[in-house]
Design a protein around this ligand. Sequence first.
Ligand SMILES: Cc1cc2nc3c(=O)[nH]c(=O)nc-3n(C[C@H](O)[C@H](O)[C@H](O)COP(=O)(O)O)c2cc1C
Length: 418
Amino acid sequence: MRIVLGVGGGIAAYKVASLLRLFTEAGHNVTVIPTEVSTRFVGTATWEALSGNPVSNSVFDDVHQVNHVRLGHEADLVVIAPATADLLAKAATGQAGDLLTNTLLMARGPVLFAPAMHTEMWQHAATRANVEMLRTRGAAVLEPATGRLTGADSGPGRLPEPQVIFDAAMALVQGQTDYQLPLAGRTVTISAGGTREPLDPVRFLGNRSSGKQGVALAVAARNAGATVRLLAAHMEVPVPAGVDVVPVETALQLREAALAAAADSDVIIMSAAVADFRPAEVSDTKIKKRDDSADPVITLVRNPDILHELVELRNSALPNAAGPAGDHQLIVGFAAETGDSHGDVLAYAQAKLQRKGCDLLVVNHVGSDKVFGQDTNSVVILARSGSEPQEAAGTKTEVAAAIISRIGFELNHVSPRA
Ligand SMILES: Cc1cc2nc3c(=O)[nH]c(=O)nc-3n(C[C@H](O)[C@H](O)[C@H](O)COP(=O)(O)O)c2cc1C
């Protein structure tokens, strides 16, 4: 496929090098057209070297080829990233002052804009009108991600991750009208890893959670277009790029972070292994081993049920949210269950789903060698909406994709919020 990749003059231009790589590695022939301003952020040498094609931003280069006509005609797809407020305005009003805007007017294939700018610029009535105009004319305009912007500020306006733009572009070329990814514009909070409950300055009570499933969920949610906040307890895997990380250690710290994150989360996935109990007392000094004294006794106290508290908080914020998926926040719990002589795993899990009041419950059937630390997983997803339980098995990446896709379905088709 022949792709024209227009690069606007925003700070996020550097991220477009990764997007270009995704296109070329998928076998596409990419011509990059950087605007004059964008070359102050990333030079043309980068685009020429990475694309393997000559780069120009003037209609007066290689005039014998009439480049804007040729490129516009040949392009199977035009992607503009970052689409600055200025470029959106120029495209919406049909301006043709440089090679990129001329090419946009010539192009007859799908056009995808991936905006990036400060929140105020994105929300300005002028930009809203330009985006509306472009969408009305059939162009695809992605919702920007929410998160850290150029300075210390954050909000909607961040360039979607390169993989997100790539996936949306491929969906658009295949004629899919829902090129907006299932979690575009949504904020997803995910807890991952295992909590550690201190006994003294050197010892803790922990668990075997590696964080692999939670991290796979974070990657899948990010790739589905969400802004992802990862509440990271102890993990044996690195945190992925493109997600905001809030490190936590204990169940109480995780509770505090989760309740704070709930305020702006569309989805909360509680996949961390949270200790049910913690030592009642934490010694300030290392508990000593003395030959003459009795064995130490550790008294445990219950940790709060964070999932239950999140559901209560959600329901109290909106008392009528008792519908199948709630109408403003989707809460997903994880349960590790074993069957016994009184009931099978699913029966216990169904009871837990009703008791906890979350919208989806992802159930692991745990056994001696299953789940913890492994690269594969096998789960059943139960929904409070009463729809059929859904099984997902495979690598943790595959299981995460199934869970995120189910969440997208619940948000976009089941919840009244959609
Ligand atoms: C450091 C810096 C960062 C900028 N980031 C953005 C941005 O992310 N989005 C945007 O719309 N404009 C941004 N601007 C302003 C644009 O550069 C300016 O509007 C320019 O005219 C856009 O040119 P273009 O049409 O070639 O994209 C930034 C300017 C500076 C100096």
